[in-house]
Design a protein around this ligand. Structure first.
Ligand code: BGC
Length: 245
């Protein structure tokens, strides 16, 4: 069964139909720019355009960079603050003319990795960390998601961890792999001190350059790069839509 998954980020809104049994995209993805400011009406219009681009029908899964409870945003990162309190599922569903299931972006990426990627078949406590514009996290206990963990906002050296160790910070400040890798290491070890996970999965675009910074990571838990790369959010969103049916 193909369902459309859409990944809303601070710079791009990407979507594609997904074979939810196999976790693969069944057509090229469409990426449109996130409107600026990323206010509800403008974002909903772009999401409707992405949905309309693909023939697949049925519910649509959408990721959102915020705490999402019962379809509603309780925070807003990398999108306009006017989303806070908004029923994201209803707003996007009205615009697209289809039922929409919304979940946090890192939770979606984690779901995809647990089903089809680096976490497949892994029990115990697994923490997925996405290093991108911010730091997103997803936590799984024996494969079951504990949503909205938001561990990217933990304090690290007096600042929010994502302000020091996100991939965007490495790029913006031109940090060396060793300098940034040590920051990521300090962050992961802090999370490990609190939660003692069995496995860390590192996602976000930079995960494909894992050989550059994994040598600086020294947690007790095993650390592996994500496998679905740019597609994890889209796949996880579609899986969430399939499961909500
Ligand atoms: C947000 C999270 C999001 C993460 C990655 C953080 O700033 O608070 O909700 O998952 O960025 O986009």
């Amino acid at each position: 069964m193909d369902l459309v998954g859409i990944d809303i980020g601070g710079t791009g809104i990407k979507g594609a139909p997904v074979d939810v049994a196999r976790g693969v995209l069944t057509a090229d993805r469409l990426r449109l720019l996130t409107p600026q400011p990323a206010v509800p009406e403008a974002v909903a219009k772009v999401v409707a355009e992405v949905v309309g681009h693909f023939p697949a029908d049925g519910p649509v899964g959408v990721t959102f960079p915020a705490v999402i409870r019962r379809g509603r945003a309780e925070s807003a990162a990398h999108v306009d603050k006017s989303w806070i309190g908004e029923d994201v599922a209803a707003r996007l569903g009205d615009a697209a003319g289809r039922p929409v299931v919304v979940l946090n972006d890192a939770d979606a990426a984690g779901l995809a990795e647990m089903r089809f990627g680096a976490g497949n078949g892994r029990g115990g406590l697994v923490v997925m960390v996405t290093l991108g514009t911010g730091i997103g996290t997803a936590m799984f206990i024996d494969g079951t998601l504990v949503p909205n963990t938001e561990l990217g906002h933990l304090e690290l050296d007096g600042r929010e961890a994502e302000k020091r160790a996100a991939e965007s910070v490495r790029e913006r400040k031109g940090l060396s792999w060793s300098k940034w890798g040590n920051r990521v290491d300090a962050y992961l070890r802090h999370v490990e001190m609190l939660l003692s996970p069995d496995l860390f999965i590192i996602g976000g675009g930079v995960s494909k350059k894992s050989t550059k910074f994994f040598p600086y990571l020294h947690t007790k838990a095993e650390i592996v790069p994500a496998q679905l790369l740019n597609e994890a959010g889209i796949v996880g969103a579609a899986v969430a839509a399939a499961e909500a049916r």
